[in-house]
Design a protein around this ligand. Structure first.
Ligand code: URA
Length: 269
């Protein structure tokens, strides 16, 4: 018979490590009044009514769907940041993205902001949310090995994500969440001014290249990431989490990393 822990581990590996509704609900605060009245009668304990919850999650729609005002306030907040410290602090105090409500930490970046190369993933996962750092779980360990293979590590590479908050259950961020967070990653790029951006996975590549093409079409091709104040050479490649599931595709990522290494070795300094 299957052990219950094995089933739970299977769910956790698949990214289902939390069960959520659209909005958080405080179950402790919502005892139904009829339950409070339940008492013992002379015929024994009074039959308890079936528990009913009549409290509605607050403002679910406005939390999930940003309006133009939310995007504008993200743009203004991002623009107000003159350096990485200020950007980190404006993101931490920004309340316009629903993902922040379920995340434990704002995951900003790791590595060396002076590095020539900036790696950009999709969004933090469970380990990243817990530690407040990008790419520290299994996918991050594979990324570290890939960096090592081209003579890099977190001292000469800078690592971040398009989205700074973990989507519940590691789901893909919605287009709305991505548009709200776009000003932050674009300002992040402008402040770091890398020579090269490496986009890890389809979500990051599509967002930053404003493309509808899938990662298999985009990967390995030189492209450019444009923000309102910058233009940076860029290479999309496969996400390390995908490579953990499809190890046969590591050879494709390796081809991309060879190009990345050549670029970094040959760039004018
Ligand atoms: N996947 C990502 O895209 N980013 C992380 O930080 C971790 C996993």
């Amino acid at each position: 018979m299957t052990n219950v822990h094995e089933v739970l581990e299977w769910y956790i590996d698949a990214g289902v490590d939390i069960l959520l509704e659209d909005a958080p609900v405080d179950r402790f605060a919502e005892t139904h009044p009829s339950l409070e009245k339940a008492s013992t009668t002379k015929n024994g304990p009074e039959k308890r009514p079936i528990r009913q919850f009549d409290r509605q999650p607050e403002a679910t729609a406005s939390m999930a769907l940003p309006d133009a005002g939310t995007v504008k306030s993200a743009q203004e907040a991002a623009k107000s940041a003159n350096n990485l410290e200020e950007l980190h602090s404006v993101i931490k105090s920004f309340d316009g993205c629903n993902l922040k409500r379920t995340a434990k930490n704002t995951v900003f970046a790791d590595g060396n902001p002076e590095a020539d190369v900036m790696f950009i993933g999709e969004a933090p996962g469970r380990d990243e949310d817990m530690q407040g750092l990008p790419f520290v779980g299994r996918a991050g360990q594979l990324l570290d090995r890939m960096l090592h293979a081209i003579g890099h590590n977190r001292e000469n590479a800078y690592i971040t994500n398009v989205i700074p908050w973990r989507p519940p259950g590691n789901r893909t961020p919605t287009p709305q969440e991505t548009e709200i967070c776009r000003p932050f990653i674009e300002r992040h790029i402008e402040l770091v001014e890398p020579s090269l951006i490496v986009m890890l996975g389809g979500s990051s590549a599509k967002t930053l290249l404003k493309s509808k093409d899938g990662i298999m079409r985009l990967r390995g091709k030189w492209s450019e990431v444009k923000t309102s104040n910058s233009k940076t050479s860029a290479m999309p490649t496969l996400h390390p989490a995908y490579l953990l599931r499809q190890p046969a595709h590591k050879k494709l990522a390796w081809q991309d990393f060879v190009k990345i290494r050549k670029y970094l070795d040959e760039r004018p300094r």
